[in-house]
Unconditional design. Structure first.
Length: 468
């Protein structure tokens, strides 16, 4: 039986997972936190809301027990920076990532050291800012092609539309291939996989993966489907003998100074990781963007004017620079990343005793930092639940302490494709705004936080003319 990400063992190069801390084995004083007998149900029902409530009630460092194991919530910017940057080597990936590895294998998102850093160095070239700037024209052309089918007065399902568009962009730019025939298959399988990963964030629930229950069998089959698509992308490139300076070309040719190359399985895992992080997350953010714009129509006119101005520079050498520096679309994108961060929680596990914000955290404890919670800290974001793009004017981001705003993570684990996603988001927002205005058909979408922060449902929208 072939080894797939779902059945592959944890790499032996990783640091050993420390023993969990249970109530009876905790020897030190722990911070206050929720202790309700219904704690697990509350956590599972609304994890972002649970974490925010814990911060509001108990402070920046709180503790609680899930599945009988000790968890800390670390929400102050200083603590976030320590976990993700200055003390990142005191932690490994936490609960949920073992299940994510069943889908994505040992790609950048799930990998631990020393494998992670080796892969990251091999993959940096296509994401260098000078290289990314050359992608702007391709992104715009694919966006034009995709939305050319929209008709004024018609209704579209924005979620699936954005998924298809960002999938096409990733396929063309990073993998140099048209895999549109697999779009629906990837979306369906990714939806199942992301749902199952987060729903089993509690320790120990991964044991259910091999139960003969349809819910868990679908998780296995979805993971295998995604692996099959990634393998096909690589096989087609090799069989066709295509040589391109894109991500897949670099992965196929890359080697370390001592001559070591990535295996076919490693390349497949990185391909899967880029399919998820390069299209699903961006599609979610864009769906939130147009949902907020529908609810806040006062921003449309300025956005349309900016689209006309910026896109008039298409074909010029500094076109990408114009896109990166466009103030209105930039502020809107930043504000949606604050309110609806695509990755909204970052679980870690303490490899050793460590201090966060000067407070003791013992070896073996689970530590959760959360973009969703920290981005809503009223000390740094007044009226934190309000959509206020104007807060990002006058270099607001530079005034924030380290760790206050981290939609793409931080440290060596920061998303390698953050600038790719930002450029892609600018292009799509401005091109849609230039052509159309989108209006929600059935109210603002509810959140469905899983492994990513997704809007629930297809998010139907009415397509109207851009200029009234």
């Amino acid at each position: 039986m072939a080894i797939t990400p779902f059945t592959a063992p944890r790499p032996t190069e990783y640091a050993p997972i420390p023993k969990p801390l249970k109530r009876r084995t905790v020897k030190t004083e722990i911070p206050p936190g929720p202790r309700s007998p219904l704690l697990t149900l509350q956590f599972q029902k609304d994890t972002p809301g649970f974490l925010r409530s814990a911060r509001d009630q108990f402070g920046d460092l709180t503790s609680f027990f899930l599945g009988g194991q000790l968890f800390y919530g670390a929400f102050a910017p200083e603590m976030v920076h320590e976990v993700t940057v200055s003390k990142q080597h005191s932690f490994i990936k936490g609960v949920g990532f073992e299940r994510m590895r069943k889908v994505l294998g040992t790609g950048l998102l799930t990998n631990e050291e020393p494998i992670h850093l080796r892969h990251r160095r091999l993959m940096q070239s296509p994401f260098h800012i000078s290289k990314i700037s050359s992608y702007a024209e391709t992104m715009l052309g694919l966006t034009e092609k995709h939305i050319s089918n929209w008709q004024v007065g018609s209704e579209i399902n924005l979620g699936p539309e954005m998924m298809s568009l960002t999938f096409d962009i990733v396929a063309e730019i990073l993998f140099g291939t048209d895999i549109s025939e697999d779009t629906e298959r990837v979306q369906r399988s990714m939806h199942i996989a992301i749902d199952r990963i987060e729903r089993t964030m509690l320790p120990g629930l991964d044991r259910m993966d091999n139960w003969p229950i349809p819910y868990f069998r679908k998780f296995h089959s979805a993971a295998d489907d995604l692996n099959e698509v990634a393998t096909k992308i690589i096989r087609n490139r090799i069989e066709q003998g295509i040589k391109r300076d894109d991500l897949l070309g670099i992965l196929l040719e890359a080697q370390t100074p001592d001559g070591e190359r990535l295996s076919a399985e490693e390349i497949s895992d990185e391909t899967l990781t880029l399919i998820l992080s390069g299209h699903e997350t961006t599609a979610n953010v864009l769906t939130w963007v147009f949902s907020y714009l529908s609810e806040n129509p006062q921003y449309w006119e300025g956005l349309i004017a900016e689209a006309d101005q910026v896109l008039s520079h298409r074909g010029e050498e500094d076109f990408a620079l114009k896109l990166f520096s466009a103030p209105i679309s930039s502020a809107i994108f930043n504000e949606v990343l604050r309110l609806c961060p695509p990755v909204w929680v970052a679980p870690r596990r303490a490899l050793e005793d460590v201090e966060l914000g000067g407070r003791f955290v013992p070896k073996g404890a689970h530590v959760l930092v959360s973009q969703f919670v920290t981005h809503r800290d009223p000390r740094y974001f007044p009226n934190p639940d309000s959509f206020r793009p104007e807060r990002w004017s006058d270099d607001f981001e530079k005034s924030l302490p380290k760790g206050a705003y981290f939609p793409f993570g931080a440290g060596t684990r920061k998303c390698l494709g953050d600038q790719f996603a930002i450029l892609e988001g600018r292009v799509i927002i401005l091109e849609i705004a230039r052509r159309f205005r989108l209006e929600l058909k059935s109210g603002f979408p509810k959140a469905q936080p899983r492994a990513t922060y997704r809007p629930k449902g297809a998010v139907p929208m009415k397509v109207s003319v851009a200029r009234s």
